[in-house]
Design a protein around this ligand. Structure first.
Ligand code: ADP
Ligand code: MG
Length: 252
C-alpha cells in the first residue's frame, strides 16, 4: 500500500478501534447489547453512562479479558474479537489504564515502566528515559512507587501503558481516584501525550462534564445499549430523549 493515498481518494483512515454489535450476557441477563462505536486515530471517544450500565464489561471485551457472545472488535483493521476469534490481550495492541492503576510496589519506577517491553537493555533504557521525560518524571527512575504522590504514580502508570506503543488506549475511569486540584492538569496532559503518540483513546466515564471536556465523540450508554452517538456539542444540545437530557443537566 502506498504511504500516501492518491489525492483523488477520499480521506478515510481506518479507525484505530471499530466495535460492531458487541453483545454479552451473564447468567442469561444481557449486560451489553448490540454496542457499536469507533475511535479515529488521535481521537478520544468517551463511553459515557451511569454506573452499572455495562461500560466496564464493554471495555473488558475490547481488551480481551472477557469474551463476547456476539459482535466484532477490530483494531487498526485487524479482527481481534469475533466469531471464532479471541486474541489474548497482549496481542491486541491495546494499553489499559484503570482507576486502581496498581504499580508493582517492589519494582522501581523505571522497572515498572519497562516491565512489558520486549526489547534489548539499551533500547529499554532509552524508551523508559524518553517516557519518563514525557510525563515530567525525569530522575524518578530509581525511586519506588511508595515514595511518589498519587498524581505521580498515575503518570508512571501512563508511561507504563504507553511503553509498548499501543494503537488504542482503553481507560476505565482512570482519573476518579485523583483529587480535583490535580485532575484537570493530569487528564489534559494524558490526552495530549496519547495524541502525540498517535493512539486512539476510549475513555470510560460516568461523569458528563468529563466527557464534555475530553471527548471528540461521545457514545452515550444506558442499560447495556448505546442510545446516542455524536460530537459532545450535539449530544449535549440535542439529547435523544428526556432521560439523556436529565443525565446531562448537571453539566455546567
Ligand atoms: P459499569 O462499568 O457501567 O458500571 P459493568 O460493566 O461493570 O458496568 O457492569 C454491568 C452489569 O454487569 C452490572 O449489573 C454488573 O453487576 C454485571 N456484571 C459485570 N461483570 C459480571 C460478571 N463477571 N458476572 C456477572 N455479572 C457481571
Ligand atoms: Mg465500570
Amino acid at each position: 500500500m502506498p504511504a500516501n493515498p492518491p489525492d483523488s481518494l477520499p480521506f478515510n483512515p481506518v479507525p484505530r478501534l471499530d466495535v460492531s454489535h458487541l453483545t454479552r450476557a451473564f447468567g442469561g441477563r444481557p449486560v451489553v447489547e448490540d454496542v457499536s462505536l469507533a475511535v479515529a486515530p488521535g481521537q478520544v471517544t468517551c463511553l459515557l453512562g451511569p454506573s452499572g450500565c455495562g461500560k466496564s464489561t464493554t471495555l473488558r471485551m475490547i481488551a480481551g479479558v472477557e469474551r463476547a457472545d456476539a459482535g466484532t472488535v477490530q483494531i487498526d483493521g485487524r479482527l481481534v474479537e469475533g466469531p471464532g476469534v479471541h486474541l489474548p490481550p497482549e496481542q491486541r495492541s491495546v494499553g489499559l489504564m484503570f482507576q486502581d492503576f496498581a504499580l508493582f510496589p517492589h519494582l522501581t519506577v523505571a522497572e515498572n515502566v519497562g516491565f512489558g517491553l520486549r526489547v534489548d537493555r539499551a533500547e529499554k533504557a532509552r524508551r523508559v528515559g524518553e517516557l519518563l521525560e514525557k510525563v515530567d518524571l525525569s530522575g524518578f527512575g530509581p525511586k519506588h512507587p511508595h515514595q511518589l504522590s498519587g498524581g505521580e504514580q498515575q503518570r508512571v502508570a501512563l508511561a507504563r501503558a504507553l511503553a509498548p506503543k499501543p494503537r488504542v488506549m482503553l481507560m476505565d475511569e482512570p482519573f476518579s481516584g485523583l483529587d480535583n486540584r490535580l485532575r484537570d492538569g493530569i487528564r489534559d496532559r494524558t490526552l495530549e501525550l496519547l495524541k502525540e503518540e498517535g493512539a486512539g483513546v476510549l475513555l470510560v466515564t460516568h461523569e458528563p462534564d468529563e466527557a464534555m471536556r475530553m471527548a471528540d465523540e461521545i457514545a452515550l450508554m444506558r442499560a447495556g445499549r448505546i442510545v446516542q452517538r455524536g460530537a459532545p456539542y450535539n449530544v449535549y444540545n440535542a439529547p435523544v430523549d428526556k432521560a439523556a437530557a436529565a443525565f446531562f443537566s448537571d453539566v455546567n
